[in-house]
Design a protein around this ligand. Structure first.
Ligand code: HEL
Length: 382
C-alpha cells in the first residue's frame, strides 16, 4: 500500500486524443530566443509517430564556432533519475524490491529513520536534504570545487544528513538529489553490480541507445558532443566551459550522457510499456503535486501544458546543459531539447516553451504553461 495517500492521486490522467499538430516554426523561434538570451546553442528533436523533425540553432563550441547539431551528445543531468527509477521498477517486477519497504531493509543503517521507504525516495518525499543546495550556493566557485572530484555515494548521503530533514517521511514533495543517490546505492546493492552495468544491460543495450553513456568518474564526453557553458552569477561575466567534469556530485541522480534521438527513444519505450510491466508503470505514474503545472511520479515528471495535454519525462540541469525530455501519454510523440547553457532562469523558462510548441502547437497559450513556483524549483533556486 502507498503511504501518504492524501498526497497521492490515484486517478488516471485524462485520456487525450493525439495532441494538436506541433508548430515547428514556433519551435525554431523558441530555440532562437534561447540563443538571443545567452545560450551558445539550442536544439530539439521531435519524434512524432515515425516522423522526425530536427531543429538546431547556434554553436556547439564557442571557440571553433562549429554549429550545434542533433547528432551531438550532451550531459542530461536529472533525466538520469528516470533511468535510475526504471532500473528499480524492473527490480520490483523481478520480485527483488518492495516499494513500501524501508530503505534500511536493503541498506541497513544507511538512513537515520526506518520509516523512509523506497517509494518516498523515488517520489522525493523522504525529507532528505538536498546536499547540492550547499555545494552550488555559489555557482562557479561551487562547480570548480567539485569539477574533478570523485565522491562515494555514502559521502554524498553523509553531506545530506548533516542537515535536518525537510519533511517527515511520506510528507510533501521536496526535490532532492540525495534521493537518487540512495536509488543508486539500492541498484548496486540489489544487482551486485555498478549502476553503469544496470543502465547498459537493462536499458541502453535493449533499446540500442548508441549515444547513451555512464562514464563516471571520467570527465570527457565520448565521441561527437556539444560543449556546455555555465552562466556565472554575476551579470555580464564570461561563460565557463563546463564540459569536462566528473559529475560525481550527482552520479545516479544526474551523470548520464545521451542525445536527443536516444532520449526520444527511451521515453517513448517507457510510456509504451516496453521497459517494465503495466503494474510497475502504474506505480511510476502515481502523481504527487509538485507545483501548479507539474506533478512527480517515481523518477518521472508530469507537466500539464496550456492546451490541456500532459506530457511525461524529466528535465535536467547540470553545469553547462539544460535538458528537456518528454513524451505524450501514449509515448507516440516525444520531444528532446537542449540548450548548451545553464544557470540562466531566462534561458530555462524559454526552453520550457519547446514543450508548448511540440505538444500544443497553435493551441499553445502563455497562460498556465510555466507557473512561477515551478520555475523556482526548475532553475535550482535562482
Ligand atoms: S535541479 C533541477 C533539475 N535537476 C536538479 C539537478 C537536475 N541538478 C542540480 O541539482 C544541479 C544544480 C546546480 C546547477 C547550476 C547550473 O545551473 O549550472 N546551478 C547553480 O549552481 C545555482 N547556484 C530541479 C532544476 C531537474 O529539472 O530535475 O538536473
Amino acid at each position: 500500500m502507498c503511504t501518504g495517500a492524501a498526497l497521492v492521486s490515484l486517478l488516471p490522467t485524462p485520456a487525450h486524443a493525439a495532441p494538436p499538430k506541433p508548430d515547428l516554426t514556433a519551435l525554431r523561434g523558441v530555440l532562437r530566443t534561447a540563443v538571443s538570451q545567452g545560450a551558445p546553442g539550442a536544439m530539439a528533436r521531435l519524434d512524432d509517430r515515425g516522423t522526425v523533425h530536427q531543429v538546431a540553432v547556434g554553436v556547439a563550441d564557442r571557440r571553433t564556432r562549429r554549429a550545434l547539431s542533433n547528432a551531438d551528445r550532451f550531459r542530461i543531468g536529472s533525466v538520469t533519475k528516470t533511468f535510475s527509477a526504471v532500473v528499480l521498477l524492473q527490480l520490483l517486477d523481478e520480485g527483488r524490491l518492495v516499494l513500501d519497504a524501508p530503505v534500511n531493509r536493503y541498506l541497513p543503517g544507511l538512513l537515520p529513520d526506518d520509516r523512509i521507504t523506497v517509494r518516498h525516495v523515488l517520489s522525493h518525499r523522504s525529507g532528505l536534504y538536498d546536499y547540492s543546495d550547499d555545494l552550488f550556493a555559489r555557482s562557479v566557485s561551487g562547480f570548480e570545487a567539485v569539477r574533478t572530484k570523485v565522491f562515494t555515494y555514502r559521502q554524498l548521503v553523509d553531506r545530506s544528513l548533516r542537515h535536518p530533514r525537510t519533511t517527515a517521511p511520506g510528507g510533501a514533495y521536496s526535490y532532492s538529489n540525495t534521493n537518487f543517490v540512495v536509488a543508486g546505492l539500492l541498484i548496486e546493492k540489489l544487482t551486485g553490480r555498478p549502476v553503469a552495468t544496470a543502465y547498459r544491460k537493462r536499458i541502453i543495450e535493449p533499446l540500442e541507445l548508441d549515444d547513451t553513456f555512464y562514464v563516471h568518474p571520467d570527465t570527457a564526453v565520448p565521441g561527437r558532443h556539444t560543449h556546455g557553458y555555465l552562466t556565472p552569477d554575476t551579470a555580464g561575466g564570461a561563460l565557463v566551459d563546463a564540459t569536462r567534469q566528473t559529475v560525481s556530485w550527482a552520479q545516479s541522480a544526474g551523470a548520464l550522457i545521451s542525445s536527443t534521438k536516444d532520449l526520444d527513444t527511451f521515453l517513448s519505450a517507457l510510456l509504451r510499456g516496453r521497459l517494465m510491466s503495466a503494474g510497475a508503470l502504474k506505480e511510476m505514474r502515481r502523481w504527487v503535486p509538485a507545483g501548479r503545472t507539474q506533478s512527480y511520479g517515481l523518477g518521472l515528471r508530469r507537466r500539464d501544458l496550456s492546451c490541456g495535454v500532459s506530457v511525461y519525462g524529466h528535465t535536467g540541469a547540470v553545469q553547462g546543459y539544460y535538458t528537456y525530455a518528454f513524451t505524450s501519454g501514449d509515448g507516440r510523440r516525444s520531444l528532446a531539447a537542449l540548450a548548451n547553457a545553464s544557470n540562466s532562469a531566462k534561458v530555462h523558462t524559454t526552453m520550457l516553451r519547446t514543450l508548448e510548441s511540440a505538444f500544443c502547437g497553435k493551441h499553445a497559450t502563455t497562460r498556465g504553461s510555466v507557473a512561477p513556483q515551478d520555475e523556482a524549483e526548475d532553475t535550482a533556486g535562482h
